[in-house]
Design a protein around this ligand. Structure first.
Ligand code: KDG
Length: 371
């Protein structure tokens, strides 16, 4: 695609060691399967983390080269998380290993108990992540100019989960995003508002203070309707969290306001989820680019959901792939929505989709058996 018709100008793969770098926490996800957390007798172990899931999707589904900047306490739990990261295909050289004190008094690894929900029973996440290694990272812990300058990175992804972990994690995000921009790396940010993370430190008001500060470094801003309101203060008129009618007019108006407020935003994308039940959601997405204007994905009413957690992250990785490798906003939003939809058909945060599956669904393919 000719450069001037692409939504974003992205550095070439040849001049970069990494296509994508994510900055964020990777937790051990403990999943009771069809049971509930409070009555579980065994858990499946996976890994997960809002920012990490995006780089992993870009690597595992879309075949790009990625790394994760994070920190883990050096104990057996941390090494299990590393094992998952290796399975996910990401480079592990930017994991900072912090000496473990034996009981977690000073440093720990995050645990995320997650049940998927079914029917009228919504998904539940209970995280146990205070004092984690990554929440104690400091801006100077990574040589950002070496990473983004000497080594070269096409895309940095971080977001509102990492920024909420501590005072210093917001500063770390700022240092990374500032350096990435200086070196021509595209910066994407998923607002990912998580009430539990902000509850004890000032709620939505504090979330807005932090996210507004970081928003000035963002090229591609991603979120859902709740995120844009809670994290940046942009209202989507007439929409609540149970929206079942995917009327996009209100979203377009909100996006126009956001684009006028932050002239650094090159792309804004939002997923739209109408919750009929935990297992039955309307699913679609809308995106806008400064160069191309609005695009909407195929809307999928009554999409059947096995595990919704990570669906938004798979949307973000599909969108990033589309913007990096195809170029136009329409393809990007279709790839994002299709990848999110497939990811929610399997258990776990991370997607098992292949690029061929995403391309087929994005192009209007059906779920007929293949043999
Ligand atoms: O909620 C969080 O902090 C997580 O990172 C857990 C999940 O991986 C995330 O919510 C999925 O988007």
């Amino acid at each position: 695609m000719a450069e001037q018709t692409r939504s974003l100008t992205v550095k070439s793969a040849a001049e970069c060691d990494f296509d994508v770098v994510s900055l964020g926490e990777v937790m051990l996800r403990l999943d009771p399967g069809e049971r509930r957390i409070k009555t579980a007798r065994s858990f499946d172990a996976w890994e997960g983390g809002g920012e990490y899931n995006v780089a992993r999707g870009l690597r595992r589904c879309f075949g790009l080269r990625g790394t994760i900047v994070t920190a883990l306490a050096d104990n057996e739990v941390g090494r299990l998380v590393e094992d998952f990261i290796l399975t996910g295909g990401l480079d592990t050289s930017y994991i900072q290993w912090i000496d473990y004190d034996g009981i977690g008094r000073n440093v720990r690894n995050g645990l995320n108990f997650t049940e998927r929900g079914f029917g009228v029973r919504g998904a539940v996440g209970v995280s146990d992540r205070g004092n984690t290694a990554v929440s104690q990272m400091q801006p100077g812990d990574v040589d950002w100019d070496d990473l983004f300058g000497r080594r070269g990175v096409r895309w940095l992804h971080t977001g509102g989960i990492f920024a909420a972990l501590s005072e210093s994690s917001a500063d770390v995000a700022e240092a990374a995003m500032r350096s990435a921009r200086e070196h021509g790396t595209i910066v994407s940010y998923d607002l990912n508002f998580r009430p539990s993370l902000w509850k004890g430190i000032g709620g939505s008001a504090r979330a807005q203070e932090v996210n507004k500060r970081l928003a000035q470094y963002v090229d591609v801003m991603i979120g859902n309707e709740e995120d844009f309101t809670a994290s940046l203060g942009f209202e989507v008129e007439g929409v609540d969290e149970n929206l079942t009618d995917l009327d996009t007019g209100a979203f377009r108006a909100m996006i126009e306001t956001a684009a006028a407020t932050y002239d650094n935003f090159q792309v804004i994308a939002t997923t739209m989820r109408g919750v009929h039940s935990a297992s039955d959601n309307d699913w679609g997405a809308i995106a806008w680019s400064r160069r191309e204007g609005f695009a909407e994905s195929t809307h999928r009413p009554h999409l059947e959901i096995l595990d919704r957690v990570g669906g938004g992250d798979s949307f973000a990785s599909g969108l990033a792939y589309g913007l990096m490798e195809i170029g136009d906003i329409q393809s990007a939003v279709e790839y994002g929505a299709a990848h999110g939809a497939i990811a929610m058909t399997t258990a776990g945060d991370t997607s098992t989709a292949s690029l061929a599956e995403v391309a087929k669904l994005a192009g209007g393919g059906s779920a007929r058996v293949q043999r």
